[in-house]
Structures are given as C-alpha cells and as structure tokens.
Design a protein around this ligand. Structure first.
Ligand SMILES: Cc1cc2nc3c(=O)[nH]c(=O)nc-3n(C[C@H](O)[C@H](O)[C@H](O)COP(=O)(O)OP(=O)(O)OC[C@H]3O[C@@H](n4cnc5c(N)ncnc54)[C@H](O)[C@@H]3O)c2cc1C
Length: 401
C-alpha cells in the first residue's frame, strides 16, 4: 500500500481525536484525514451531562483540540461528512460524494442512544443525550418550574437528574430495576446513589415499567406506568443505553458482534482496518474475554493503541476499564469490570453519610483447593488519593475474610 495515501479515521469523538494526537506525537508526518459526521471538531462527551449542561463550562472546553491545532498539525478534519461505504479489499471509502483511498483506517464510530419507540411515536418533547447539539437543546429545558421526566436510572439519567435539580427543575426518574445502577454497583452501593438523589429532591421511582406515553393537548408528555400510576412532564429525557454504530463495518463485511470485533491490538477482521472506543468489542488480555467499554478513558487508551498499530506497531489494549461520574457533591472513580461472573460480596470502607469512602467488589474463586477472593472492581467516592491503590488491587487475589 502506497505511503502517499492517508491514514483515514472515521468518527469525530474522543477515540478519533486521541488517535490523531497520538499519530502526530508518535512522529507520523504523512497525510491524515478525519471524517466526522457531526458539525463539530472532535470533542469529549462527559461535559454534556455535567459542566456544559449546567452552564458552568463553555463548549470549547470539551474539544480535544481547537481548529488551529489541526491546521498546525496538517490534519484534514472534514466535519459534517458521513462515511457511507467502505471497501476494505480495495482500501477505499466513500464520503461526501468522493471515493478516497487510504493506507490504513481507524473506525471510531462510537455509539448511538437506544431509541424508545413509545416516546418516538407519541411525538413528545424528548432528548436522547449524546451530542453537543442535544446538550445545548436540553440546557434550555432545564429551568425552575419545568418538570423533567427521565426514563432510565443509569449514569446518563442520574447525571441529567443532578443537573436538572441544580437548575431548579422538578425531576422524576423512572427506573425499571429495583434500584438505579443495580447491575453495575449491586444493592448496597446502588442504594447510596438512590438516597443521594432522593435527598436532592428527585422523585425516583424504581421497579416501574413505562406502559404508554401520550402527548397532551397542552403539549406535555403523559407517561402511564404498568402499576396504573401516571406522571405528566414538560420534557422527557430517555437514557436507556446505547448501541454501537456498526452499520458501516457490517456493510463492508467486517466481523461484528456487540460492536466491531477486534483482537487485543484493535485489528478488525479486515486488512489494515482498526476499531477503537465505544464501537470496539476488543479481546482483553487481562480480563480474558472480549469487552466493549462505553467509557471516556477507554476511548483515550484505545485511540493511543490504535495510533501505534496504524503505524505498524503491535501494542495491546490491556488497560482495565475506568469510569468516573460527578453528581451533586459526589465525585467518584471506578476501576474494573465484574463481567458475566459478577461478584459475591461488596466491602464498603469509610464514611458513607459523609460521602467519602472506598468500595471493593469481590468474587470467590477456588485456587489449589483453597477458597480465595478476587477483587474484580474498586471505586472511591470523594477520596481522591485512592485511585492508585484501587488500580493496584483490582485483579488481585487474597484469602477469604
Ligand atoms: C452525555 C454523556 C456523558 C458521559 N459521561 C461520561 C463520564 O462521566 N465518564 C465516562 O467514562 N464516560 C462518559 N461518557 C461516555 C464517553 O463519552 C464515551 O465512552 C466516548 O464518547 C466514546 O468515544 P468514541 O470516540 O468511541 O465515540 P463517540 O464519542 O460516540 O464518537 C463517535 C463519532 O463518530 C461519528 N460517526 C459515526 N459514524 C460515522 C460515519 N459513518 N462517518 C463519519 N462519522 C461518523 C459520530 O457522529 C460521533 O460523533 C458519556 C457519554 C455521554 C453521551
């Protein structure tokens, strides 16, 4: 493959932005083109449900780099341009009515919010929060005397709830499970998050099933629940998860399965095509299985590994998943991934009411006939010196206590 051809990157998120930076940092001076479907330069999404949504931070703060950086580093960023097809054998892609030949390609197409047909059919005022434009529009909805209904008590739903309460809006969260974040955190820690939101005035309803959504004559959304309760809100936020954006890869014959499948080097099944970030379901050498991680830190780590390998390297994406959130006065960092085997026990150490503690998720394992406990994940809340210890402990085995 000619080295005069560009390295091409599809996607305008953090994985794409990080890969571009790493390619130039690692000394690649050749042609580099980024196709970004959104009209913005590559940016980070965490502020969209936090600082930017709350009006504390400007949009520019979310950018990976400003326009000057791309100009100075000779990166051709084509915003508002969707890549519509790939031919991995021919090493070409179609974008903006042009056929572009590439030497190597990174797919960093991310993920898209899962739609809720009931809400779409009802035509009520709804946000699926994913983009800067979504967050800009949602910001207008969050103000005193507005009632905001949030379907889904996951990370996005809860962060929006916190931002909406800070803006003085009334907030109702409808969560199907018995507690918010139950699957990831388990009962004890999920309860801490439930209490936090209730203390801040959120009407958090758990174990509820949305059965109907109607637009009322006054334009509000009337949500009917399976238990026959109904709530009426001015604006709806749907946060029921995301689906990886795999259409382009799939149509090109690249192997997909819960995302674009890659090996630990982020190589896809197609020659010279890599995948990174939310869209990549990558073999994880430490966890011993494929994982697709929808977190900020993975987009960064993958972007760097993909850049090295686009240049002929053989780096492995072996970082343990890391996640953070900020809600009211709770800041937390979480490392690990309990995976399908889950955990048997949770240990909470510190001051829970004072919101300063560490949590360990432990799984029993038998080794040489002896029962041991493996730390499968760790987290701290507002204990900002804890992260090194957490990173060191996750994955380790100790005698059962
Ligand atoms: C509101 C919000 C808050 C979050 N908060 C946190 C947090 O606190 N902590 C945390 O760890 N994670 C958080 N995340 C998750 C984190 O933002 C994602 O993991 C990260 O954005 C993934 O980056 P990515 O580059 O893989 O994909 P994305 O950010 O999804 O970017 C993919 C981009 O590719 C573009 N694209 C797709 N297909 C094409 C195509 N065919 N042609 C051209 N362009 C295309 C898309 O338009 C999109 O802009 C949050 C996410 C959201 C939405």
């Amino acid at each position: 493959m000619s080295t005069d051809l560009p390295i091409a990157i599809v996607g305008g998120g953090l994985a794409a932005g990080t890969a571009v930076t790493a390619l130039r940092d690692q000394g690649y001076a050749g042609p580099l083109v980024v196709f970004a479907a959104e009209s913005h330069l590559p940016y980070e999404r965490p502020p969209l449900s936090k600082g930017f949504l709350m009006g504390k931070d400007p949009a520019e703060k979310a950018l990976v780099h400003d326009a000057t950086w791309y100009r100075e580093h000779d990166v051709d960023v084509r915003t508002g341009v969707l890549v519509t097809a790939l031919d991995p054998d021919a090493h070409t892609l179609q974008a903006g009515g042009e056929e572009i030949a590439y030497r190597a390609l990174l797919l960093a197409t991310g993920a898209e919010p899962r739609r809720l047909a009931l809400a779409d059919r009802a035509g009520v005022s709804t946000t699926y929060l994913r983009t800067l434009d979504d967050s800009t529009a949602l910001k207008e909805e969050l103000r005193a005397s507005r009632r905001i209904g949030i379907i889904g008590g996951g990370w996005i739903g809860l962060e929006v709830a916190a931002a909406a309460r800070e803006a003085g809006a009334e907030v109702i969260v409808l969560e199907m499970a018995a507690q918010p974040l139950l699957g990831v955190l388990g009962e004890e820690v999920a309860q801490i998050f439930a209490d936090l939101h209730r203390t801040h005035g959120v009407d958090l309803r758990t174990g509820v099933q949305v059965e109907s959504i109607e637009r009322t004559d006054s334009g509000t959304a009337r949500i009917g629940l399976a238990n026959k309760d109904a709530v009426e809100v001015d604006h709806l936020v749907v946060g029921v998860g995301v689906v990886p954006a795999t259409e382009l890869a799939e149509a090109a014959g690249i192997v997909v399965g819960n995302g674009i499948r890659t090996d630990a080097h982020l190589c896809t099944s197609a020659p010279d095509v890599y995948a990174a970030g939310d869209v990549a379901n990558a073999d994880h050498p430490v966890l011993g299985r494929a994982v697709r991680v929808e977190h900020w830190d993975t987009a960064i780590k993958h972007g760097k590994v993909a850049a090295a390998n686009l240049l002929g390297g053989a780096e492995v994406a072996d970082a343990l998943p890391y996640f953070f959130t900020d809600q009211y006065d709770l800041g937390m960092e979480y490392v690990g991934n309990a995976g399908p085997d889950g955990f048997d026990r949770v240990e909470i150490v510190g001051d829970v009411p004072g919101l300063n503690f560490r949590v360990w998720w432990l799984r029993r394992e038998e080794l040489d006939g002896e029962e041991r406990e493996r730390v499968v994940a760790g987290m701290h809340v507002n204990d900002w010196d804890a992260i090194d210890e957490i990173r060191a402990k996750v994955g380790t085995l100790s005698p059962t206590s």
